[in-house]
Ligand binder design. Structure first.
Ligand code: SF4
Ligand code: SF4
Length: 361
């Protein structure tokens, strides 16, 4: 298995990481743990979990697998989303027990979805408590997971607290995050990406997205995984596995694979806007908005409708990815400034109206 160095930590991480959020039958702890050890036998050495995943069973499954794997042969990642220092400390101690380890390799300040949450996690004591746990050796590396725009990610990384980050990144949404990747490269910070298949959107739109494929790619799923790991700034792509076939497919995607040249990446980027009429590329030229409307995030949610063709895709994207509501689009005063600057000439005002109208639904 191809490995990359995780930022400044010196740790060699497999380019495919095991996302522990999609176990098929999490109630079966030992059976699920077998899938983890199977992936480990195939060369995967980065395992990501969190309290609450899979009905709160994921950490227990990882812990059962860890009993069977030499401690120096893998890295375990878990998380805490509380801003409160005492709660975070309790969460670390609970995770250590459930995972059957003396230390957590990569501990995440979990799920920053609003720009001011970094300050909240500092003021509430969570980040100081994590720093203390690191000093005590309970955590090896303090990292962060985020659903923020590229510039917001850059600001979090500039804070200097973190040795790595986990972000959603794939062949569809990458323009929204590229500024964050540039910041990670600047700071030499490790980057793990989640959701390389766009929550299933990429396989569901395989034909329309066929331009993602390079000459040696068998299918769009393989291409989407390779797209992520070809980026020099990305250390590893997390894939949520449910069965051995999925592990085999992901492992096959990276075996004997040479990274795509930058030219291919640029080609995909230009095709995204060409191939999808009315697709927001996340370039951010439309902001700032005088009414502080989060235009790129709302247009990203609308992209889901462009791809999936239904309104519920917009609402779900806002809720689960950006922690926003359709109502947030209603702050638009229809001044039109953003449309003059939009590189894709999108009817932003009409789309915002359409999104706001979903509030009642
Ligand atoms: S049209 Fe709406 S979203 Fe665009 S700049 Fe004006 S207030 Fe902001
Ligand atoms: S300028 Fe247009 S394409 Fe770029 S982020 Fe704004 S809405 Fe999207």
């Amino acid at each position: 298995m191809w490995k990359k160095t995780y930022g400044q930590t010196g740790k060699q991480i497999s380019v495919i990481g095991f996302g522990g959020m999609r176990f098929a039958n999490p109630e079966d702890i030992d059976g699920s743990a077998e899938l983890v050890t199977y992936a480990h036998s195939k060369g995967i050495n980065y395992f990501d979990t969190a309290p609450g995943y899979c009905g709160d069973k994921s950490e227990l499954i990882m812990g059962a697998a860890i009993r069977q794997m030499p401690r120096d042969s893998f890295y375990i990642s878990t998380k805490c989303g509380s801003a409160d220092g005492k709660e975070l400390r309790g969460s670390i101690e609970r995770s250590l027990k459930r995972l059957n380890v003396d230390y957590i390799d990569f501990f995440h300040i979990w799920c920053l979805v609003l720009p001011n949450q970094l300050e909240q996690r500092i003021a509430g004591g969570a980040i100081p408590a994590a720093v203390k746990a690191k000093e005590e050796g309970l955590i090896k590396h303090l990292v962060v997971s985020m659903h923020l725009s590229g510039s917001e990610i850059a600001r979090v990384l500039d804070s200097g607290y973190f040795e790595g980050m986990t972000i959603g990144y794939n062949a569809i949404n990458f323009p929204f995050r590229s500024e964050g990747l540039e910041a990670a490269a600047r700071h030499n910070i490790g980057v793990v990406t989640m959701n390389p298949l766009g929550g299933g959107l990429i396989p569901r739109n395989a034909e329309r997205l066929s331009f993602i494929k390079g000459p040696r790619d068998d299918d769009v799923v393989q291409a989407a995984i390779r797209f992520n790991i070809s980026q020099p700034a990305i250390t590893s792509a997390l894939v949520g596995f449910s069965n051995r076939e999925q592990v085999d497919q992901a492992v096959a995607a990276v075996e004997n694979f040479s990274p795509y040249p930058q030219e291919h990446i640029e080609n995909v980027k230009s095709h995204i806007s060409e191939s999808f009429e009315g697709f927001c590329t996340g370039c951010g030229y439309c902001i700032p908005c005088p009414s502080d409307v989060q235009i790129p995030k709302l247009m990203d949610a609308y992209n889901q409708k462009v791809l999936d063709g239904n309104d519920s895709a917009i609402v779900n994207r806002l809720k689960w990815h950006w922690s926003m509501k359709p109502e947030d689009a209603a702050a638009c005063t229809q001044c039109g400034i953003c449309e003059e600057k939009c590189t894709q000439h999108l009817p932003i005002r009409d789309r915002l109206e359409a999104i706001a109208a979903l509030a009642a639904g």
